[in-house]
Design a protein around this ligand. Sequence first.
Ligand code: SF4
Length: 369
Amino acid sequence: MNLNTSFGAQELCRPLLAEIDRLAARSAPAGPIRLMEVCGTHTVAIFRHGIRSLLPPQVQLLSGPGCPVCVTPAGHIDLCVQAAKQDGVVVATFGDLLRVPGSHGSLADARARGEAQVEMVYSPMDALALARRRPELQVVFPAIGFETTAPAIAATVLAAQAAAVENFSIIPLAKTMPAVLVELLKDRDLNLSGLLCPGHVSAITGTAMYEALVQEYGLCCAVTGFEPADLLAGILSLLQQQATGQPQVANCYPRVVDEAGNPRARNLLERVFEPVDSEWRGLGSIPASGLGLRPAYRRFNAVHRLGLEARILREPPGCRCGQILKGRLQPPDCPLYGRVCTPLAPVGPCMVSSEGSCAAWYRYSGHTI
Ligand code: SF4
């Protein structure tokens, strides 16, 4: 338990925990209450604040497919490595992506072997700035992320077009939330009682996006933030909805999220991207779950510009990331966890990304990194 790290956390959290205990005890005969947090930042916050250890045993938290690096399949990492190996091309990427293994290693491995040019950047605009500083290079930005990151990528494509920057392009790999959630809910074996909906994504999309999950699947939903009291308020809301038999979309993060979301960011997305089928690690191809460039912006697509070829690849032997991202397994269920696969020697993406379930589980389970 680590509630002392947040100002006022204990005073706010104690009554929430007492009510969670009471409702969980009432529903105990019905078996475990399985709740999924969809967001990688939620996963890390839950571990950092020791939330799992505070909950009664019948309330089970599962991690879902909400870490953008983790859901990127090996074949898409290979696209980035292919680009970085071409003469006169530099891949400018977020640090998390550097060490994610593709079928022949990661971007960092290819750079270490002297086969690839790779630069770390903190934003897509940094990648565009690099392109303007180095006109002799083709700068490629792997556009990985969800609705939270994608508006900044869209704004960068528009800026590149406005400034007629010809040596900047993206590998369009961004994904969106609603379709993957529906895909998860089709798996009745998961037996989910409720969803802790991602606070960051919801700030862009608004809460209305989740209404279909309530109407069509009877799922309890709570949008929540990242402080201990936010997380507990979300969990309590899900238990209350379940107890009353009235699923709904509860907004437990109203200081950041509203029903409509951020129309300006959504307009950027709408203007630059269109829905396309997308491959998810462990989940396969999901219709209309990705963001492709609209025809007006196709010249910024590095896949066409550089002739990159995508292949569908299996996960590294023994890696269970796919099952973990679907909530079917927990990291210690993977035979490689902690023995072969550690943050220093990751086998799969869930151990690489700071928001990956395996990395969070490892870091907060008393291991030394
Ligand atoms: Fe994959 Fe490593 Fe996680 Fe196992 S512990 S599922 S190998 S990332």
